[in-house]
Design a protein around this ligand. Structure first.
Ligand code: FMN
Length: 355
């Protein structure tokens, strides 16, 4: 096993308040003092999708780099792409602290950040400076807490980031913004996606229009999922990210923080989010690329998401416990598993196991 500096750091990290630890991680990455692991260049991991080439299907999920500060550094850690955000149009502080909890025994996290964001302008400024040849960076769009016409905030997102992002995500699935998840209902969702798509096309009339994705919650009824699949296909969006954090609390949870309000992520989310992913794959007839997120902590987890229907995957919470070197480790393990199972590319394995 290669030397992993995070193992030495962990005893110090775990005694810090989680949000303080996260802030320090961002600052260390910005300062360039986090060593990057050796690159894992494996043809079997390359994914061609939406006219882009992902060097690995393993991406960084939204919420780690909310304000586009360290996307380049995270690409160097081995992520095949990075999703920044959620970004809200105007800056907002989010919920009162504490609002981030580690459940170490459960290898889980609960958060009720509530879209703390420096706002569009700050991220636009940072993304304008980026070297686009260095990797794929998507932008996850949120809404301000006070905005009543939610679609207007996503339209603003399309205008702000349409020319800067490699893909855009309409996030209507965070549990910490009142009313947000109700936008997943068929009528509001159709209107929202139609308006955002139109804005994006207008904003990028003379250039490439980036793919527009929808990110959904894992806590949906069968009817919700069928409706979302239908609306996604009808409105012509380019993909769905499955899933955000869950408001449910599996019986298995040990840590007393399980009673905290917020969205649960990490290991206890793996099973449910993978099930929803498989259901969405079936409901969309395999016609819509899916990104599988929730509880991935190793190559096997990434592989299971791909078998369930994911063309790409993302992770966040496991990195809290294993450090940023996790990306390279998942890449290595996933490449070995794919080859061992006789696959020559990720896309050949997508959806090979039905729910
Ligand atoms: C602290 C924290 C903040 C998050 N913030 C966002 C966010 O702003 N927007 C979003 O779409 N998802 C957000 N997420 C959800 C993740 O992107 C991901 O969907 C979820 O955590 C499941 O993946 P994981 O189990 O690998 O963490 C956040 C997750 C965590 C733990």
């Amino acid at each position: 096993m290669p030397f992993d500096p995070y193992r030495l750091l962990w005893p110090f990290v775990r005694v810090l308040d989680p949000e303080t630890a996260h802030g320090l991680a961002i600052r260390a990455l910005e300062a360039g003092v986090v060593p990057a692991p050796a690159r894992v260049d494996e043809d079997v991991l390359t994914v061609r999708l939406w006219d882009m080439t992902f060097p690995s299907p393993v991406g960084l999920a939204a919420g780690f780099d909310k304000d586009a500060r360290v996307h380049a550094q995270m690409l160097r850690q081995g992520f095949g792409f990075v999703e920044i955000g959620s970004v809200t149009p105007r800056p907002q502080p989010g919920n009162a602290k504490p609002r981030l909890f580690r459940l170490e025994e459960d290898q889980a996290v609960i958060n009720r950040m509530g879209f703390n964001s420096e706002g569009h302008e700050a991220s636009v400024r940072r993304l304008e400076r980026r070297d686009r040849s260095k990797g794929i960076v998507g932008v996850n769009l949120g809404k301000n807490k006070e905005t009543e016409d939610a679609a207007a905030d996503y339209e603003l997102g399309a205008w702000a980031f349409g020319r800067l992002a490699d893909f855009l995500v309409v996030n209507v699935s965070s549990p910490n913004t009142p009313g947000l998840r109700a936008l997943q209902g068929p009528e509001p969702l159709r209107a929202l996606l139609t308006r955002t798509r139109r804005a994006l096309e207008e904003a990028t009339r003379s250039t490439r229009t980036p793919p527009l994705l929808l990110k959904i919650a894992p806590d949906l009824t069968d009817e919700d999922k069928a409706d979302i699949a239908q609306v996604s296909l009808e409105t012509g969006i380019d993909g769905v990210i499955v899933a955000n954090t869950t408001i449910t609390r599996p019986q298995s949870l040990q840590n007393p923080y399980k009673r905290e309000t917020g969205g649960l992520s990490g290991r206890p989310l793996f099973e449910a989010s993978t099930r929803v992913l498989g259901e969405m794959y079936v409901a969309t007839g395999g016609d819509l690329p899916l990104i599988g997120v929730g509880g991935i902590e190793d190559g096997q987890g990434a592989y299971q998401k791909i078998l369930a229907g994911a063309s790409l995957v993302e992770l966040y919470s496991a990195m809290v416990y294993q450090g940023p070197g996790l990306a390279a480790r998942v890449n290595r393990e996933l490449a070995d598993i794919l080859r061992g199972e006789g696959f020559t590319s990720v896309l050949d394995a997508v959806g090979q196991k039905r729910p």
